[in-house]
Ligand binder design. Sequence first.
Ligand code: PXP
Length: 243
Amino acid sequence: MRLYINVDHVATVREARRTDEPDPVRAAVLAELGGADGITVHLREDRRHIHERDVELLLGTVRTVVNLELSASEEILGLAERWQPMQATLVPERREEVTTEGGLDVPGGRERLREALDRLASAGIRTSLFIDPDPDAIEASAELGADAVELHTGEYANAVGLEARARQLGRLRDAAVRGREAGLAIHAGHGLTFENVVPVAALPECEELNIGHSIVSRAVLTGMEAAVRDMRRLVDDARRFGA
Ligand code: PXP
């Protein structure tokens, strides 16, 4: 199972101050040292977190794989063709959303997606479509010739109660089996946390997980003590020894 770490929300913290820290590129280096098999970033059309500079530096420094999430917009597709990341995941994008809501409408957006997939594949990029775990979306993705699908785990993550959780896990399992039978590689992601990841990670057909928010959230907490200790020492030394 490949574990790809999404560092978008490191950039979200940076953009809260429009400064240069924390740097998602530095976070990516540390994620790789921690065992990440790849780094995922979403260059959104409104550039709310990741910027061109981040993707360009990541492409030059990441030693594993850069998985670029992108909408099928002309501008972003053009950048992907130029950058040629190892993998690109097409996602739906709406400006008013807080995060990606729902998977792609593959049957409805067939022509646009086919063109986007053809352009990415012609640039030598491995392609993936972010879809809801439904049979129609699986069939349409296979028909369009994507290399992989990323199953949206958001409804599983949000399910309340054991029964609802089991039902959503069943949907993911069925979609994973159907997708493998159709020749697609199976990825999964969105809303996965330390509490809910295990059953998804155990799905035998699934070969890649994309996890962002929960990892960044954990990193903020586990890093807090050391960060305060470092600042404490700096401030105390200034009082003792002067500047
Ligand atoms: N996969 C896709 C396609 C996404 O859009 C996102 C969120 O950017 C993720 C995975 C990661 O989701 P989360 O941040 O909830 O782990």
